[in-house]
Design a protein around this ligand. Sequence first.
Ligand code: SAH
Length: 303
Amino acid sequence: MSSTPPRSRFPLPLDAVVERKPTPKRTAGMPATGAPRLGAPAPKSASTAAAKPARKAEAAPAQPVSAVVARATAAAAGGLASERARIALASRLRVGGIRDERVLEAIGAVPRHLFVEPGLASQAYEDAALPIGHQQTISKPSVVARMIELLREGLPTDAPLERVLEIGTGCGYQAAVLSQVAREVFSIERIRPLHEQAKANLRSLRLPNLRLHYGDGMLGLPQAGPFPAIILAAAGMEVPQALLEQLAIGGRLVAPVAVPPQAGGAGQTVTQQLLLIERLNRHRFQRTALEAVFFVPLKSGTI
Ligand code: SAH
């Protein structure tokens, strides 16, 4: 309901990290707790940003004080800018039809610029898919929000999803968003360098309820199933059987699937649509075809 409750709702330590520092390799010094998410991210980035200049200050004490202040201020401004951009993005998605406030909060909380290469950071809060290497993309925020909203349909805002399985971690953005609206998230990626990249991207966010796996997501994660919610970030011709088997009874699966060109149509492009599958009982699955979407292909095996 209200969009600015003073929560520290489970798990949400995201406000501890606002800006990407050069490489998020070592984050031991990251502050673990934070000021309230809205309006006060400055101390975080300021403190991390100040770490380096402070050293220089010892070596050359003449003018660095102002340099430190200038840098800290710039970093704080950057933090505020990115926070504003995320909130603005969430507002646009609300206007665009996303209703689940819990999802919008998560979009407003996850710093998407951490998940794209620095050269694309300025576009991180546009509602667009962006390249993440290996011919893959980070999904459009509106599609991420829509799919998660579909998974959560029927849940009150303050109730988290239970265990969620995501196929196609990519850079890890959607997994981070999921971690804000679910009790436990498992995410699988088949391209090793992307799996590693996602780990690096996510490290500084410290999301204890998110687990990344390297493997073929078409096989699911039988050892951790069944899952009340499964989400695919890549489009197959069909939803893999293993995933249907690992969907809990009463659970919901959301996936893009390819729609073969209409008979008689000359189109080369195979379009895709979003599919919602609800498991009614052991043997019955209800399928609802939704809007057209565009995703990278679901592929088997690992590379
Ligand atoms: N979730 C990402 C989207 C990444 S794009 C985001 O937050 O934006 C989809 C990803 O699915 C790609 O990284 C691709 O490598 C991966 N993928 C495709 N087939 C897969 C499979 N069988 N198992 C696991 N990952 C797969």
